[in-house]
Design a protein around this ligand. Structure first.
Ligand SMILES: C[S@@+](CC[C@H](N)C(=O)[O-])C[C@H]1O[C@@H](n2cnc3c(N)ncnc32)[C@H](O)[C@@H]1O
Length: 329
């Protein structure tokens, strides 16, 4: 695992961290073990709400925007998205003023391809291969051209590296947008709102009085703020599976996530369904889209008195639950 490489490299003296100064760790998941680093010198950047909360609850100094100055060294936990990994290397290089950067990643997340590009851009100080991944360390990287840039999609939408569906509208969301009931009104929530595609369609209904966009990825939410200019929209950085609104909703819409990292995780989609039921008023309605193969019907039937299979497509099903059952949570 990740920590094995880091602690091995530090223990064997292959890597030595600067004696003084702060250490920036970019993007560790809750599974990363950072115990090889001196906690009191570490600042953790996380854009994902529950990961940020995880590190904060463990006593780490945490930030939700990338600092651009003031660090002696940085560790980048390579994400799956190459543009995001490169943007994080650029940010780490800037924050350390060209100092030492460690980059840790799994082969399945493309660390070898990243290493190839880094060889051309930086003074490579060392690499350690272990546990299906690599730790790479370097300094003096010339990577200003890797800094985050916005992508403009058709329809005038802005996205940024690493957000869900950064390169184009998600097929499932497009199916739900096209079939979205006209009579959606009242207080509405979009669970896992991403950069705001579905929300923009929801807000085309004049009966909608407010729309909460609940999204765990702060960068996606920042994009949604650029994409949606409507006084009825409220942008909530939060974990949709835990969020409880001050007032119940009339309608909840979602294209729920079904992956954690690379691994399929239908339990996450089920947690979204349970959360939607808990957020809805007694006569409220939940509408969702899902890949045909995902098994959500049982959870919908457990959570709602009425479940409907709306017309979907060969690839996607559109499901609706009405009148949440009131189970104790
Ligand atoms: C399938 S995408 C749908 C995005 C957007 N609604 C769209 O149509 O493009 C699911 C979204 O849920 C977000 N997400 C994942 N886990 C979450 C959680 N626990 N709470 C809130 N949002 C979450 C992801 O970041 C992603 O943006």
């Amino acid at each position: 695992m990740f920590h094995t490489r880091l602690s091995l490299a530090l223990r064997d003296g292959a890597v030595s961290l600067p004696q003084d100064g702060r250490l920036l760790v970019i993007g560790p998941s809750a599974q990363h073990d950072l115990s090889a680093l001196p906690t009191d010198r570490v600042t953790i950047y996380s854009r994902i709400f529950h990961e940020h909360a995880h590190w904060t609850s463990r006593g780490y100094d945490t930030v939700s925007t990338l600092p651009d100055i003031g660090f002696a060294a940085a560790l980048v936990c390579a994400p799956r998205s190459k543009p995001l990994a490169q943007a994080w290397v650029a940010a780490a290089t800037k924050a350390t003023d060209g100092g030492q950067v460690l980059l840790d990643g799994q082969k399945t997340d493309g660390i070898d391809s990243l290493l190839k590009t880094i060889r051309k851009k930086a003074d490579l100080l060392g690499t350690l291969s272990k546990a299906h991944g690599k730790l790479v360390w370097f300094d003096k990287a010339d990577v200003a051209d890797w800094a985050t840039t916005d992508t403009q999609l058709d329809g005038g939408f802005t996205t940024r590296p690493g957000v869900f569906s950064a390169d184009g509208i998600d097929k499932g969301s497009a199916v739900l947008a096209a079939a979205m009931p006209d009579d959606i009104d009242g207080r509405v929530a979009d669970l896992g709102a991403g950069w705001g595609f579905l929300s923009q369609h929801i807000l085309q209904r004049s009966g909608v009085t407010s729309l909460d966009l609940i999204e765990a990825d702060l960068v996606a939410l920042d994009c949604a703020k650029l994409n949606i200019d409507d006084a009825r929209a409220n942008f909530v950085w939060g974990d949709a599976t835990q969020f409880r609104p001050p007032q119940l909703y009339d309608v909840v819409i979602s294209n729920p996530p079904f992956h954690t990292g690379r691994a399929g995780n239908p339990e996450l989609g089920r947690a979204f369904i349970r959360a939607a039921a808990a957020m809805l008023a007694p006569s409220g309605r939940f509408v969702m889209v899902a890949n045909r193969h995902l098994p959500y019907e049982d959870t919908l039937a457990e959570q709602f008195n009425v479940v409907e299979d709306l017309d979907g497509t060969p690839g996607f099903k559109l499901l609706s639950g009405v009148k949440p059952r009131r189970t104790r949570r």
